[in-house]
Ligand binder design. Structure first.
Ligand code: SAM
Length: 266
């Protein structure tokens, strides 16, 4: 069974045998685990993982590909195919009570950020994710404060997970080749909210405000949100320069600003 390729769905299929094995291996030993694969396509990673997992859930939007996978794995009861947009799937509902699941996928690049946000929202139910994405996005995710690539996506990801940048592939590793290089990252979910002493929802909002305009100082971004100059100046942590930008602060420093301002409002 073959289906016409749908470029709008980010259908660049992995054609490099070493790479598909390396991605499957990066999830670790899944023999007693539930693994959710995002965008399995023609099954480049799936065929390696299926015999290894206790349970493998495939989420594929393309109807013809979902049908192809259902047929291919019709005699493998551990494999389940969900024909759906991953962004609409209730991830926690797929994870058995009291367990965590792993996520794997050569992602459809057009929705990488949305998928990441979805994984963060479900991160209490997840242990690990191994994800292929555009190299530039992976570099932003793994960047440290103070370097050019560090921004809201880096800070948010590092709040929810430890990030490992595993390896990069050239366009020739795919069929058809995409216009960009691709990088595989591993996220080990471990939220930092408790150790930073911050409330998840309100710190998330604070971060979005802090990073709202890249060229502005953090103080100016906060002024443009809902804090007055007096509140900001009188509660500013002593060890931070007044002209600091969000991009240069560690999560600990960002949390110290957030906690000081919140105390001033209490
Ligand atoms: N895993 C396969 C591989 O490595 O060869 C295919 C990867 S391809 C880059 C992305 C896959 O995601 C395609 O199969 C595409 O149909 C699927 N896809 C695109 N948008 C999706 C969505 N919103 N939800 C689930 N799957 C999607």
């Amino acid at each position: 069974m073959t289906s016409p390729r749908k470029p709008k769905l980010g259908q660049n299929f992995l054609a490099d045998d070493t790479a598909r094995h390396a991605i499957a291996d990066a999830i670790g030993d899944p023999s007693d685990r539930t693994v959710i694969e995002i965008g399995p396509g023609h099954g480049a990673i799936t065929t390696i993982l299926a015999p290894r997992c206790r349970r493998l859930i495939l989420v594929e939007l393309d109807r013809a590909l979902a049908a192809e996978l259902r047929f291919r794995f019709r005699e493998t009861p551990s494999v389940e195919v969900i024909e759906a947009d991953i962004l609409t799937v209730d991830l926690p509902a797929l994870v058995p009570h009291g367990e965590t699941a792993d996520v794997i996928g050569n992602l459809p690049y057009y929705i990488t950020s949305d998928i990441l946000l979805k994984l963060f929202a479900a991160s209490a139910h997840l242990r690990r994710a191994v994800l292929m994405m555009q190299r530039e996005v992976a570099e932003r995710i793994a960047a440290s404060p103070g370097v050019r690539d560090y921004g809201l996506l880096s800070a948010t990801t590092q709040l929810y997970a430890r990030v490992d940048n595993l390896f990069t592939l050239p366009p020739s590793a795919f069929n058809p080749p995409p216009d960009v290089f691709s990088t595989v990252i591993r996220l080990d979910f471990a939220s930092r909210f408790a150790d930073l002493g911050v409330d998840p929802a309100s710190f998330d909002t604070f971060l979005r405000r802090a990073f709202a305009q890249k060229r502005k100082t953090l103080r100016n971004n906060l002024r443009a949100a809902n804090w007055t100059s007096t509140q900001i100046e009188s509660n500013w942590p002593e060890n931070l320069p007044p002209e600091a930008r969000a991009e240069s602060l560690t999560l600990e420093q960002m949390a110290s600003v957030y906690l000081a301002l919140n105390q001033s409002q209490a």
